[in-house]
Design a protein around this ligand. Structure first.
Ligand code: GRF
Length: 196
């Protein structure tokens, strides 16, 4: 019997790519799930350096074609991409891509949605807003992506306590650790449920 080909995933990132790196490491020797493409809208994003070191194919997005053209669907078909993982991707996902990958795109948000999400809520802004609101806890949310920012169905949440003297920086570090620990496993679980 021939072995089933792996489920190919594309990781979209605009920044440092520390989550992308954890996901690449996690699936490195997995015969069922393969990181097949790294996608970015930022030519200087750290994630592209990671992709080069890992010898992974890169797709650099041009805004015009992404939003007003074919949304790069031909490339995603060419790379046989079945699932898309957003890991710090700062742009909205065009309707064409959402239609082609319904319930096949996931995102990670560094707070407990539905609170502290939506347009403009990213990076340290999220943690500052959480602290300003006097919250006692924050955390991470992994959710499906639809047309509305941070509104898709929640798949997974993990909480952390906010300590006395917590700053946006200390909270960001805490949350990054939780993201790194949880995101690859949740991606694996969703893909196994959907495809394997
Ligand atoms: C993460 O905190 C994630 O929640 C948010 O963007 C950040 C990306 O960080 N969506 P990194 O580039 O993976 O380090």
């Amino acid at each position: 019997m021939t072995k089933a080909p792996p489920v190919n995933i594309a990781i979209f990132a605009s920044g440092a790519g520390s989550n992308a790196k954890k996901i690449i490491d996690y699936f490195r020797n997995d015969s069922r799930i393969k990181v097949a493409l790294i996608v970015s809208d930022q030519p200087n994003a750290g994630v592209l350096q990671i992709a080069r070191e890992e010898n992974l194919p890169i797709l650099e997005l041009q805004k015009e074609r992404f939003f007003n053209g074919d949304a790069y669907l031909p490339e995603f078909i060419q790379f046989n991409i079945s699932f898309i993982v957003l890991a710090g991707f700062m742009r909205k996902i065009p309707g064409k891509l959402i239609a082609a990958y319904t319930r096949k795109i996931v995102n990670i948000h560094p707070a407990l949605l539905p609170g502290f999400g939506g347009k403009g809520m990213y990076g340290s802004r999220v943690h500052e807003a959480v602290l300003k609101a006097g919250e006692k806890e924050s955390g991470i949310t992994i959710h499906y992506v639809d047309e509305v920012y941070d509104k898709g169905e929640v798949i997974f949440q993990e909480k952390c306590k906010i300590e006395e003297g917590e700053t946006a920086d200390t909270l960001a570090n805490k949350i990054h650790i939780i993201e790194h620990a949880c995101y690859p496993e949740v991606i694996e679980k969703v893909i196994l449920e959907q495809f394997i």
